[in-house]
Write a protein that binds this ligand. Structure first.
Ligand code: NAP
Length: 288
């Protein structure tokens, strides 16, 4: 990965942090994105000393806010002209209905809109890198939780009937639908985009869900979850392995292509999500 530049969101904890460490160890220039400046600075310091790679940097922004995501992308673009790997990883589950700065349900705002906006705003740099270097990659961290979900876009400003598992599953389905739609739109370029389920991983995931749920999640994590190191393996593989060069529009788990849910292959739903996201963010052209 020497000479390559990697941008990772949600890199201050869990699998994003381990991926940053592993990719830095492989020699990449890693730029981490965190939401809290002090925490991000500390993580950056630790990652540099653990990896022995000083060629690392950071950006700070709340990725549930459209303006903040756009600012992070603008700051990256202003400072750099190369991006080999964009790893969209920041994500969470919210036990209570929460509203983002833009008035959208928080899971949708963070888990889907940050992937959509960062990918689109950094596409020019990714395409430039791909034409100079032969390829560039986008990796979207999804979840097997997408499997029970259907796409709903009519309840994103509506608290009634909120279920955190449904909202989370829907946001992770959006990650897969978005991956497939973007892959089609990038067919003529050397930029690939893939989605990944990291496994059930023992991270900070779900620890913000109140006493009862977070206790249950922590117990389950102790019993059945894999380590963040193991959970990051497929992310690092997709970011760095020559084996996956040129492969795009796939869903991965344990370093293997897997079939995602039937619903995720529905082209109408992929396009519907794209157009809806384009309309509310002001990015992305209308359907070709
Ligand atoms: N853990 C699992 O079992 C599992 C399974 C399937 C998929 N996933 C997916 O894996 C990804 C990473 O999750 P994880 O398990 O590593 O969880 P985690 O340990 O909770 O890490 C989540 C990361 O996202 C960041 N983040 C949260 N809200 C943010 C915001 N508003 N703006 C910017 N960054 C924000 C967190 O920042 P802070 O450090 O400031 O909190 C942290 O760096 C998520 O997309 C999740 O859906 C996880």
């Amino acid at each position: 990965m020497h000479g390559k530049s990697v941008l990772i969101t949600g890199a201050t904890n869990g699998i994003g942090k381990v991926s940053a460490l592993e990719l830095a160890k492989l020699g990449a220039e890693v730029i981490i994105v965190g939401r809290d400046e002090i925490k991000t600075r500390k993580v950056l310091h630790d990652l540099k000393s653990q990896s022995g790679n000083a060629n690392m940097d950071m950006l700070v922004g709340d990725l549930s806010s459209i303006a903040e995501i756009k600012r992070v992308a603008a700051e990256f673009s202003a400072r750099r002209d190369r991006l080999d790997v964009l790893l969209n990883n920041a994500g969470a589950v919210f036990s209570d209905y929460q509203v983002s700065a833009d008035g959208y349900e928080m899971t949708f705002a963070l888990n889907h809109l940050s992937y959509f906006i960062l990918s689109l705003l950094l596409l020019d740099i990714l395409k430039r890198t791909a034409s100079d270097q032969g390829e560039a990659r986008i990796i979207n961290v999804s979840s097997s939780a997408h499997r029970n979900a259907t796409l709903r876009l009519d309840n994103l400003r509506d608290q009634s009937g909120y279920s955190f598992m449904n909202s989370y599953g829907a946001s992770k389905l959006m990650n897969v639908l978005f991956t497939y739609e973007l892959a089609r739109r990038l067919e003529d370029s050397a930029v690939t985009v893939n989605a990944v389920h990291p496994g059930v991983v023992n991270t900070g995931f779900g620890h913000n869900t109140g006493r009862l749920w977070s206790t249950l999640i922590k117990v389950a994590q102790k019993l059945i979850a894999i380590s963040p190191e193991k959970g990051a393996e497929t992310l690092v593989y997709l970011a760095s392995s020559p084996d996956v060069a040129g492969i795009s529009g796939k869903y991965w788990n344990r370093k293997q292509q897997k079939r995602s849910s039937e619903h995720s292959y529905d082209r109408q739903q992929q396009t519907r999500l794209w157009e809806f996201s384009a309309q509310i963010t002001g990015l992305g052209e209308a359907e070709d």
